[in-house]
Design a protein around this ligand. Structure first.
Ligand SMILES: [Zn+2]
Length: 436
């Protein structure tokens, strides 16, 4: 029998919080009470002053395996995730080859099962992510895939997207769209605007994102299929999706930490570390995303963790691949963006509860392969837990990263709030900020 006792933390529930001890025995939460006696041989962890809640769930992780293992592997990505407080990741399908069939999805699920975390897979919507014909969604759904995406690009053809939504509906799965109209964004390497004009770089207009958001809202209304909008980056995109949600459409969305932390002026030094799709936006959009986080109108924070081998990010700005690391700092950046009096409920809502609901990784979803995530910290739940210290002040250092890649834009940045402990699948994976 293995047991872990989290002593004296603020246990954060969906509605309220209370200081309590949490005892984990054999992979499940065995007891939550004011005073719990430690069984013999128990790992006792002092969580006083910390928040204790369900482990984070990432809806958007590029694990790069198979095909680009020099940038990341399923194993290294899972360890980076654990450091970041994640207990479940969703592997994106833009690997080489793309995760568009049962054999490849099974491969990633099997490799994922050997890591300390639960690794779910987002299957490709179209064969080879080429946007031409549908991938075998039903067969992949049989394996437990609940999210499908061509991420890296969006499905450009509206009739194909309509068919995918129609097809997905009876399967009970959700599509996830990378919203950028490729014709409008073509050749652009940063946000289109005064800054790109000054730098002489071709821009990707906000409209490229917003047009596809608008199109897909119409397609959802037409088909009744469920859609998740990935990494929305503009104030107007949020307005469009909020309107659709108020109208009762089955749509959800995520924002990424870089879009609510960094703005387009970061690109002024031509450092490709700041190149990402959709691009970093003007300050007004960054502020709108932060405001939405604070007022509770963001569904989920997702990392869009996108490792790249160093030589690729050494290319000139317009030739370098887009994307940056995200797993290890997402929680601290979210905490910071929540403002001076961050709500622990909101923090766990955007990092854990809602992403778990969107990915169908909650207990009640009765998944064969993955345990319960994003649930309440109560007796009987699977022990996927995180201890977050809201008082910690620390500095991001590239040399401390656990990813194979080091394309983080935050090297040397002061951070507030830190993941202390991660318990995944009932096992103590991270203790006092380091891998056990
Ligand atoms: Zn994307």
């Amino acid at each position: 029998m293995s047991s872990i006792l989290l002593r004296g933390g603020l246990v954060v529930g969906p509605q309220s919080s209370a200081v309590a001890d949490v005892l984990v025995v054999d992979g499940r939460i065995a007891q939550v009470a004011a005073q719990v006696a430690a069984p013999e041989g128990c790992d006792v962890i002092d969580a006083s002053g910390c928040w204790v809640g369900p482990g984070f769930v990432d809806l958007h992780t590029h694990l790069r395996e198979p095909g680009r293992e020099e940038a990341e592997t399923i194993e290294s990505g899972a360890l980076a995730g654990a450091i970041g407080g994640y207990t479940a990741l969703t592997a994106m399908p833009n690997t080489e080859p793309a995760l568009d069939n049962v054999a490849l999805v099974s491969y990633v699920l099997d490799r994922g099962a050997r890591t300390p975390l639960d690794v779910a897979v987002a299957g490709a919507i179209t064969q080879g992510r080429r946007g031409e014909s549908l991938a075998p969604l039903a067969e992949m759904a049989e394996l437990g895939v609940r999210l499908f995406s061509d991420d890296g690009t969006g499905v450009q053809d509206p009739s194909l997207m309509r068919r995918a939504l129609t097809y997905a509906r009876p399967l009970g799965v959700r599509l996830a769209q990378h919203c950028e109209d490729e014709l409008l964004a073509a050749g652009g390497s940063m946000n289109e605007g005064a800054v790109s004009g000054r730098l002489g770089l071709l821009g990707r207009p906000a409209l490229a994102e917003e047009l596809m958001v608008q199109r897909d809202i119409e397609l959802v209304a037409l088909t009744g299929g469920s859609l998740h909008f990935m990494h929305l980056s503009t104030s107007r995109s949020l307005d469009l999706v909020h309107d659709a949600q108020r109208g009762g459409l089955p749509v959800s969305f995520e924002v990424a930490p870089h879009h609510f932390t960094l703005d387009e002026t970061c690109c002024e030094q031509f450092d490709p570390i700041f190149k990402v799709h959709p691009p970093l936006r003007p300050r007004a959009d960054v502020d709108a995303l932060r405001e939405a986080l604070r007022n509770g109108t963001i569904d989920a924070v997702a990392t869009d963790h996108a490792p790249h081998a160093p030589e690729l990010k050494d290319l000139p700005f317009d030739e370098a691949p887009a994307g940056m690391l995200g797993l290890e700092y997402a929680a601290s950046l979210t905490f910071e963006a929540l403002g001076d009096a961050p709500s622990p409920q909101r923090f766990f809502s955007v990092l854990s509860r809602e992403p778990a609901r969107i990915a169908q990784l909650r207990h009640e979803d009765a998944r064969v392969r993955h345990g319960g995530h994003g649930g309440a910290v109560i007796e009987g739940e699977d022990a996927n837990l995180v201890v977050f210290d809201p008082e910690a002040n620390w500095t991001a250092r590239n040399e401390d990263l656990h990813s194979h890649a080091v394309n983080s834009p935050y090297d040397g940045r002061a951070l507030r709030g830190r993941v202390r402990t991660t318990i995944a699948k009932g096992v103590l994976v991270v203790s006092d900020g380091v891998l056990v």
